[in-house]
Structures are given as structure tokens and as C-alpha cells.
Ligand binder design. Structure first.
Ligand code: GTP
Length: 364
């Protein structure tokens, strides 16, 4: 069976970090999100994967080439963004019409058992079966209204909590019959959720598969941090130190935290809980970091604090800097000594910041 991964989005909500890498190559626990996905597909017996690419397509081709985790990789390139349905039609020739196939939104981290989803699909007279995940607050998502036999009657987009027909949301993983190609016009942007699924629901051919376990998307910064947190809590649990890590005296690593290879952490620093430190990062003395992701090659000097933030690659951060909740620092940026960035400050790649910023702002 083949799987299609939608990998072409711009990831605008994760700018400026998505200016220099596609969303699917953001690291989760120091491994790109796409690697987690490919590994899981391979474990579920998938042999061929089609990456539907557009924005920064070359970054994927360079990294993975034509095979990964023992599976063959194909690239279906779009001339213009075709959203979530158009790329499926665009890849029709590579997918073929012989058998059912899986479609995965690329920006989701989940430990869903794909073979169970496929089994469920085969047992029903469905053209599409959608994995559904239970969330506490469904008001940000497309919420499924289901019959007792898990047939989806309709999706209610972003309902208030009171009006939500269930707590089950579209988890962005589908099994589709080749018949689906007849529902998608070619060469134009199509939203599968808004333009195709309602038609299938009307015909009684749309089914849901509720599942429990790890699930989150990485659409926004808080989701991206949550994805790392969930991975640490559920899959990794205890802290992990990569090869060649050097910890000076008095360093505290608080569980769960992941530290990449060849990282140096200075005296009395406290790292964690829920911190991911990329390879070759250098942290000075008495650095405090919590609930944050620090990409590889970054240097953070003495007495600096990072809380609830994402720091890009090869960033240089001075002494006594404070980086607060919701801040995103682009690759190669430089933050000078004594600077405070309070909440939700984003810094563009290679930007130098010498003065504190006390209100949410994007520094270009
Ligand atoms: P935002 O710009 O922040 O909304 O992110 P996005 O562009 O990734 O959009 P969204 O989060 O809605 O995308 C859901 C999934 O579909 C992601 O895996 C995207 O990579 C993918 N996707 C979105 N638009 C396109 C597109 O035009 N072509 C392809 N091939 N994939 C897309």
C-alpha cells in the first residue's frame, strides 16, 4: 500500500523559523517530524511514500533522496500550492487506481496504528475513513458528528464548546479509495475537508475511526512546543544525553530533557524539564532553560534564561539575557548581553538585537 504525505504548506504561523526550513523538517526531540512519520509508516508495512511538495521542495529531495527507512520515496511537485485536496489529484498517476491508499497531513505527530485504521476502513462501505482524535476543547478544529456505526454525518468547523456535536476532531490521517480522484478537480487548489468530505458525507460514504494516544499538530509555536513535550513525556520519559556531551560541575538536568551530541553545558546550569537541546549547542554557566527547544549549533552565554521559547540554529545569545514565553528566534540571529525579550517576540534570521523588547513584536 502507498502513503501520500502532504508536505507543501508554507507554515506561515511558524515564521520566522519556517523561512529557513519546511515545517516537516522541524525537529521533535532532535529528529525531524518527517522522520518520525516515515519510521512509523515503515513499521506499518508501507512500501512506497509519495511526498506532495511545493514550498522548499528541494530541502526534502536533498535530505531523503529516493528512499528512507527501507521505503521508496516519490516526489509529486506542484506548480502552485494546491492545498490539501489538489495534491492528491496531482499525484494520481503515481498513486494509481489499483488499491486504497493513506493520506497524512505532514504537520502532525501521532503514534496512531495505521494498520488498524486500514482494517476499520475495509470493514465499511467507505470511500474515505478519517482518523478521529478526542480532545478536551474541540473549538479550534473540525468536529465530527457520528452515527453509532461511526459513519460521519457532517463536520462542524470550529464550533463553540457547547455546540460541538462530539469531542472527536479530524486528526489529519485518511484512508481513501481510488474513487476519490473523481471528486477532486485537477490543476486547482482544493480543500479536501471543505470541498470533498461534505460530498462523501451526503452520500453516506464517509466514516470515522476514533483512536487514543499521542496526537498533536505543530501549526503554531505553542503546538510545536507541545509536540516536543508530549514526545518527551510519552515516548522518551527519562532524560537522554547524546554522545560526547560535557556537563560541568553542578549542572542539573531535569527530566524529561533531551541533549544532542557534543553539547557543552556550563557550571550550575539548570536545563529542563521539557527542553530539547540540539547538537553542538554551547551553554554557559548558570543558564536556565525550561519548556524550550534550542536548535543545533546555538551558543548561549552565562546567566541567561530561556522559558517557553524556540531558538533557531546557530543563534548567538549574550550574557544575562531573558527570553520569555512564545519567543521565536530565527537562525543565525544575535541577541546582545542584558537584552530582555518578554512575550511573543519573534526575531528574523540573522537579525541583531541590542535592546530589550517588552511587548509582542516581530523584529525584522
Ligand atoms: P500555515 O501557513 O501556518 O497555515 O501552515 P500550512 O501552509 O502548512 O497549512 P496547514 O497547516 O493548513 O497544512 C496542513 C498540511 O497540509 C501540512 O502538512 C502542509 O504541509 C500541507 N499543505 C498545506 N498546503 C499545501 C499545499 O498547497 N500543497 C501541499 N502539497 N501540501 C500542503
Amino acid at each position: 500500500m502507498k502513503a501520500v504525505i502532504l508536505a507543501g504548506g508554507f507554515g506561515t504561523r511558524l515564521r520566522p523559523l519556517s523561512c529557513t526550513r519546511p515545517k516537516l523538517l522541524f525537529p521533535i526531540g532532535n529528529k525531524p517530524l518527517l522522520d518520525w512519520k516515515l519510521e512509523r509508516l515503515a513499521k506499518n508495512g508501507i512500501k512506497e511514500v509519495i511526498l506532495a511538495v511545493n514550498y522548499m521542495a528541494d530541502a526534502f529531495i536533498q535530505r531523503y533522496g529516493d528512499s528512507a527507512y527501507g521505503m521508496k520515496l516519490f516526489y509529486s511537485k506542484e506548480e502552485k500550492p494546491l492545498r490539501t485536496g489538489g495534491p492528491i489529484k496531482n499525484a494520481e498517476e503515481i498513486i494509481g487506481r489499483e488499491e486504497i491508499f493513506l493520506v497524512l497531513n505532514g504537520d502532525i505527530l501521532t503514534n496512531l496504528d495505521y494498520s488498524k485504521l486500514v482494517k476499520e476502513h475495509r470493514e465499511k462501505d467507505a470511500t474515505a475513513t478519517i482518523a478521529l482524535h478526542q480532545v478536551e476543547d474541540p473549538s479550534r478544529y473540525g468536529v465530527a458528528e457520528l452515527t453509532e456505526k461511526n459513519r460521519i454525518v457532517q463536520f462542524v468547523e470550529k464550533p463553540t464548546r457547547e455546540k460541538a456535536p462530539s469531542n472527536l476532531i479530524n486528526a489529519g490521517v485518511y484512508v481513501l479509495e481510488p474513487k476519490i480522484f473523481d471528486y477532486i478537480p485537477s490543476g486547482q487548489p482544493v480543500s479536501i475537508e471543505r470541498e470533498v468530505f461534505p460530498k462523501l458525507a451526503d452520500k453516506g460514504k464517509l466514516y470515522g475511526y476514533p483512536f487514543e494516544g499521542l496526537w498533536t499538530d505543530i501549526g503554531k509555536l505553542e503546538d510545536y512546543l507541545k509536540a516536543n513535550k508530549l514526545l518527551l513525556d510519552i515516548e522518551i520519559k527519562k532524560s537522554q544525553l547524546g554522545k560526547g556531551v560535557r556537563l560541568e560541575s553542578g549542572v542539573k538536568i531535569k527530566d524529561p530533557t533531551v541533549v544532542g551530541e557534543k553539547v557543552v553545558i556550563g557550571e550550575k546550569s539548570e536545563i529542563g524539564p521539557h527542553v530539547v537541546v540540539g547538537e553542538r549547542v554551547i551553554l554557559g554557566r548558570e543558564v536556565h532553560a525550561q519548556n524550550s527547544v534550542i536548535f543545533s549549533g546555538t551558543v548561549i552565554s552565562d546567566f541567561t534564561t530561556v522559558k517557553g521559547a524556540v531558538i533557531g540554529e546557530d543563534v548567538t545569545i549574550g550574557r544575562k539575557v531573558k527570553i520569555g514565553e512564545g519567543c521565536m528566534i530565527g537562525d543565525h540571529a544575535v541577541i546582545r548581553d542584558n537584552v530582555t525579550l518578554t512575550r511573543d517576540v519573534t526575531v528574523c534570521p540573522s537579525k541583531e538585537v541590542a535592546e530589550s523588547v517588552l511587548t509582542p513584536k516581530c523584529l525584522m
